[in-house]
Design a binder for this molecule. Structure first.
Ligand code: NAP
Length: 259
């Protein structure tokens, strides 16, 4: 399918690896010029070079912690008037609900709620003025069903979800579609870190912990960044303008819901 976005421009944050990279790659494949960011320079430069060489699009890497206000301003400066925004940042650390201090909550809310909101506030007005835009926020299945060790994620991402639910319906009339994409377990560095957490908690090996988590997914496996990216690119496509304010699970059926 031609996604109808060749020649458009996108900002994908936290995109040197994992799900962010998967989204950036699927957009590059669709002919979209990119601005991408991450904190580590080496992996970011490698990703930018690889995507530009393979898909013939322009890829501008900006080394930046997207949760830092000054760094975010540099990213936005490089992005300019983009048509597509994919928001992403690292997830909060796992733990137990009694562990977390006010500072831990503020860090999680800053990274996984206020940062994507700030990016939307900066870029959506321009999209509205031009009459076309797409925003996909990478959130988590934890907004549909809480994950016990990820209480910080449950909290911060649900706040973002509420913001998007209200805002998406206020901007849709100007041709801007905002949606959230909710990953279940995907085979990225983050998944390995969480496998290690389960291993430490249960005394199982990391491989056993992974098999145990895979067995909890009806599809019987972890997702891939490529298939997550393809779903993201569709939501950014010309065909997705009537999908507004939705929370779309990409989780292999892991969350047992009727709707
Ligand atoms: P990942 O494999 O660890 O990749 C994270 C990417 O984001 C890297 O490129 C990293 O590069 C960059 N990054 C992290 N923090 C950043 C920051 N503050 N500023 C700029 N770049 C940053 O993670 P992932 O698995 O793709 O997960 C992406 C998001 O989805 C996370 O929020 C995660 O919690 C959520 N999620 C993931 C899963 C899963 O199973 N993978 C499931 C549910 C939710 P640098 O480290 O160099 O900055």
């Amino acid at each position: 399918m031609d996604l109808g976005i060749r020649g458009r421009t996108a900002l994908v944050t936290a995109a040197s690896k994992g799900l962010g990279r998967g989204c950036a790659e699927a957009l590059a494949q669709a002919g979209v010029d990119l601005v991408i960011c991450a904190r580590g320079e080496e992996a970011l430069a490698a990703t930018a070079g690889d995507l530009a060489a393979r898909y013939g699009v322009r890829v501008t890497p900006v080394v930046a912690d997207i949760t830092d206000e000054a760094a975010r301003a540099r990213v936005l400066q490089a992005a300019g008037a983009v048509d597509i925004l994919v928001t992403n940042a690292g997830g909060p650390p796992p733990g137990v609900w009694t562990d977390w201090t006010r500072e831990d909550f503020l860090r999680a809310i800053d990274g996984n709620m206020l940062t994507p909101i700030a990016l939307m506030q900066a870029l959506v007005p321009g999209m509205m003025a031009r009459g076309w835009g797409r925003v996909v926020n990478i959130t988590s299945g934890s907004v549909k069903a809480p994950i016990d060790v990820l209480g910080l994620s449950n909290t911060a991402r649900t706040g973002l979800t509420g913001f998007v639910a209200g805002t998406a319906r206020q901007v849709a009339g100007k041709g801007v579609a905002i949606n959230n994409l909710l990953p279940g377990i995907h085979a990225t560095d983050r998944a390995v870190a969480l496998d290690q957490g389960v291993s430490a908690k249960t005394g199982k090996t990391v491989e056993e912990a992974k098999r145990m988590r895979e067995a909890s997914i009806p599809a019987g496996r972890y997702g891939t960044a490529a298939e997550f990216g393809a779903a993201c690119a569709f939501l950014c496509s010309a065909h997705a303008g009537f999908i507004i304010g939705q929370n779309i699970l990409v989780d292999g059926g892991a969350i047992n819901l009727t709707m």
